[in-house]
Design a binder for this molecule. Structure first.
Ligand code: GDP
Ligand code: IMO
Ligand code: MG
Length: 431
């Protein structure tokens, strides 16, 4: 198994952290390929010495970090926030998890600078509010693509860093003064802070592309961890209500520098219903007590910002699209247990748009906003599933729900998750 890619198949928060942690037991390297600290990947660690299970929310460090044999890579496609990274490293250290010798950071990853977060907030004041996480993601990728970005490698040379910062702040300072009526950002202070950061991460920075290629030549098993989800992809999602990177599987190749030919498995993580944080079309959204119930039972509040997530039924039309765009071969369905107590469970199989039945997911928001979902209904199983450990022991109606999703999507379901903990993961036999 050379490279396995784990992608979110919906609008993010599908439970990628849990699934990556689970799969990390059997891989050598776990690598994040895009996004930044906008991600919030939750991992629940088994209790140590009779204590309660510990929850960790990772924003930048790959979710394989709790498996001590695994090397974790932050790839060139990631936008790296020094504040978030150091905070995460310290939290892990406090919990007895050392990243020493196990964390590698691409020298070509772009940095999030203080002004990126300020610019993110300014963009959100405009008339097209995306509902971003405010982590400076869009502005950092803007600099990357206008070729003015500052990369990890630039921290090595004080003069290069000063020159690039001065150039970037020439325009930014004017805008910041206008919008915030604030003092100019001080180049010297930023340089000092980022050089201090450079000293802290010195031992982790390397040419990760070269490292991964050498590891692959030695037949090491690599797991590429996507952040966000396919429907938030800047090219294939519900643009402009998307993030600024490519969470889809293609992004793993560019974001890690590995060729498509090295990839042999693509797994899509899917929540048993749908959620979305931030703005943008969401055809199956439930703005009623059923939606509220999904939010309460599922604990649907953002791992990064704490915002309530919008909730709705599973949307198979969007999932079919996601499966095609990503080349997903197997699905991991999470949060099945959240549906335990519902009398009726629905899945959307297509839409009515301007009076016409459509099964294809339209990605232009103008059309998508008009889409009225068409549902197929299932009777709920009304039994607790969180203690079940084998697929065949799930209530028959829960099994039937999973098998119906599999059939309707023409894609195998590989595993089902019935709780946030590691042991609440069931292998699904071929149907
Ligand atoms: P990610 O961004 O895709 O990694 O997902 P998040 O961590 O943002 O959100 C998923 C949430 O669901 C977290 O709070 C997880 O602990 C939790 N979770 C994951 N799998 C399950 C599951 O099968 N059942 C339940 N009840 N919670 C789950
Ligand atoms: P994980 O990896 C869910 C959403 C934001 C907003 C849009 C753009 O935990 O699944 P950005 O800050 O990226 O410019 O915001 O994308 N968003 C996410 N939603 N899960 C995430 O990550 C997200 N990362 C960004 O809410 O709508
Ligand atoms: Mg998340």
């Amino acid at each position: 198994m050379p490279v396995q890619i784990i992608v979110g198949a919906q609008w993010g928060d599908e439970g990628k952290g849990k699934i990556v942690d689970h799969l990390s037991e059997n891989v050598d390297i776990v690598a994040r390929y895009q996004g930044g600290a906008n991600a919030g990947h939750t991992v629940i660690l088994p209790p140590v010495g009779g204590k309660t299970p510990q929850q960790f929310i990772l924003h930048l460090i790959p979710s394989g970090i709790f498996h001590r044999h695994a090397v974790c890579v932050i790839g060139n496609g990631v936008v790296l926030d020094p504040v978030a990274l150091m905070d995460e490293i310290h939290k892990l250290r406090d919990a007895g998890v050392s990243v020493e010798g196990r964390l590698l950071i691409s020298h070509n990853a772009h940095l999030i600078m203080p002004y990126h977060k300020m610019l993110d907030a300014i963009h959100e004041k405009g008339d097209q509010k995306i509902g971003t996480t405010g982590r400076g993601i869009g502005p950092s990728y803007i600099d990357k693509y206008t070729r003015t970005g500052i990369r990890v490698v630039d921290l090595l040379d004080r003069d290069v860093l000063c020159r690039k910062l001065k150039r970037n702040l020439e325009h930014t300072n004017e805008l910041l003064k206008k919008m915030y009526d604030s003092k100019e950002l001080d180049v010297e202070r930023i340089v000092a802070e980022y050089q201090e950061f450079d000293r802290s991460i010195d031992g982790y920075v390397t040419d990760t592309v070269d490292y991964l290629h050498r590891a692959l030549a030695k037949k090491k098993r690599v797991l590429a961890e996507g952040a966000q989800g396919a429907l938030l992809d800047v090219d294939h999602g519900t643009y402009p209500y998307v993030t600024s990177s490519n969470p889809t599987s293609g992004g793993a190749c560019t974001g890690l520098g590995i060729p498509p030919t090295a990839v042999n498995s693509i797994v899509g993580v899917v929540k048993a219903y749908s959620t979305r944080v931030g703005n943008g079309p969401f055809p199956t959204e439930l703005l009623d007590t059923t939606g509220d119930r999904l939010r309460t039972v599922g604990g649907e509040f953002g791992s990064t910002t704490g915002r309530p997530r919008r909730c709705g039924w599973l949307d198979l039309a969007s999932l079919s699209y996601s499966i095609r765009v990503n080349g997903i071969q197997r699905l991991a369905i999470t949060k099945l247990d959240v549906l335990d107590d519902f009398d009726e469970i629905r899945v959307c199989t297509g839409y009515v748009i301007a009076g016409t039945m459509v099964s294809r997911f339209p990605t232009d928001v103008q059309t998508l906003e008009k889409a009225k979902p068409v549902y197929k209904s299932f009777r709920g199983w009304k039994e607790k599933t969180s203690d079940v450990r084998r697929f065949r022991d799930l209530p028959p109606r829960a099994q039937a729900y999973v098998r119906a999703v599999e059939r309707l999507l023409h894609t195998n379901v590989w595993m089902v998750s019935v709780g946030a903990r590691r042991d609440q993961t069931l292998a699904v036999p071929r149907g």
